[in-house]
Design a protein around this ligand. Structure first.
Ligand code: 5GP
Ligand code: ZN
Length: 112
């Protein structure tokens, strides 16, 4: 499968992870939209949160958010935003589930 995030998780494309264990990887976004912009993803390939939900891995879902929240608290003294773009209308461009962690500036609402 040609999946850029699977290649990163497998070490085929070198990155310096912000967080890494057997199940979860966090990396800096290549095109940051805020002073802190991390991508928190499962090592295993799931296309998006709907696919992970279908897979029934509630523990992995909880772990992703727990790690994203920990990283967000560490980096966003005044708060942070977690985003999961899902599908075409959701603006998803990489079909390997990832949570965007944005921090370091005040966010606008509604999002575009
Ligand atoms: P999406 O549009 O699917 O919500 O988010 C995909 C994100 O992945 C984008 O913010 C994009 O900048 C980032 N991205 C795409 N390719 C790479 C890459 O090769 N390395 C890293 N670190 N980020 C990437
Ligand atoms: Zn993948």
């Amino acid at each position: 499968m040609e999946c850029i995030f699977c290649k990163i998780a497998a070490g085929e494309i070198p990155v310096t992870p912000v967080y890494h264990d057997d199940e979860v990887l966090a990396i800096a976004d290549i095109n940051p939209q805020a002073p802190t912009h991390l991508l928190v993803m499962p090592v295993a390939h799931h296309a998006n949160i709907a696919a992970l939900s279908d897979a029934g891995d509630a523990a992995l879902t909880a772990k992703l958010f727990a790690i994203a929240a920990k990283l967000g608290r560490e980096r966003g003294a005044n708060g942070f935003r977690l985003v999961m773009n899902t599908g075409d209308d959701g603006g998803q461009t990489v079909d390997h589930l990832h949570v965007h962690l944005l921090a370091g500036r005040a966010m606008g609402w509604p999002p575009g």
